[in-house]
Design a binder for this molecule. Structure first.
Ligand code: Y43
Ligand code: MG
Length: 201
């Protein structure tokens, strides 16, 4: 496998996949690299697994090549796991990262540090024409800060402090984030599975 198509239009995700897979010599293309406009894929699932499979299978069906789908989000314990699969649309259908993280901070007003635990979840689905789709999950534990800080990353990174860290994930360099992220852990699991099943070629 020298090249893989990623079923996403999210710039932040695409950049991280390119960096992580680039290190093992695999080129990642995303829907942002395609000439034609791909219609929005409806995320009708209620779990990360379901949505990752929908994304990967929709695009694999269309292009008849192996496709990786990523469905990810933030689970906040004090909010019963919200925003979860609705992370991208938490503050509205326009998918605004700034408004989304402000809504989390608003919902957590008055909640003490010890009770602000959360995790990022990333589920990857690999759909290959003629094979069963497989999914792998990665997580990154941490807690939610009091205000956004940091310039790197995307999404909820400015309010997320990885376990044991005094810096938000948006204060991590891309290289540092890619060593500990939920996405990195899911990718590692997927690569191990492919190696074990002689499917890396
Ligand atoms: O490393 C991350 N650092 C910060 N925030 C993150 C991360 N990973 C996911 N997130 C947030 C962004 C978005 O609010 C939601 C993903 O939603 P999700 O539907 O999977 O992606 P999306 O709609 O942006 O792009 P697409 O569906 O085309 O892949 O979780
Ligand atoms: Mg989405």
């Amino acid at each position: 496998m020298k090249q893989i198509l990623l079923a996403t239009k999210n710039k932040g995700k695409a950049k991280e996949f390119k960096e992580i897979f680039g290190q093992i010599g695999i080129e990642v293309l995303s829907l942002l690299d395609m000439e034609e406009t791909i219609p929005e894929i409806e995320e009708t699932g209620t779990t990360f697994e379901e949505n990752a499979v929908i994304k990967a299978e929709t695009i694999a069906e269309r292009f008849q090549i192996p496709v990786l789908g990523d469905d990810s989000g933030l689970e906040v314990d004090a909010l019963n796991g919200e925003p979860g699969v609705y992370s991208a649309r938490y503050a509205g259908l326009e998918k605004n990262d700034q408004k989304n993280l402000e809504k989390v901070l608003e919902e957590l007003k008055g909640v003490k540090t010890d009770n602000r635990t959360a995790r990022f979840v990333c589920v990857l689905a690999l759909a290959r024409p003629g094979s069963q789709t497989i999914t792998k999950r990665g997580t990154c534990e941490g807690c939610i800060g009091e205000e956004p800080i940091g310039e790197h990353g995307f999404g909820y990174d400015p309010i997320f402090y990885p376990e044991g860290s005094h810096r938000s994930l948006a204060q991590y360099s891309p290289e540092e984030k890619n060593q500990i992220s939920h996405r990195r852990h899911a990718i590692d699991q997927m690569i191990s599975w492919l190696k074990q099943n002689d499917a890396m070629e």
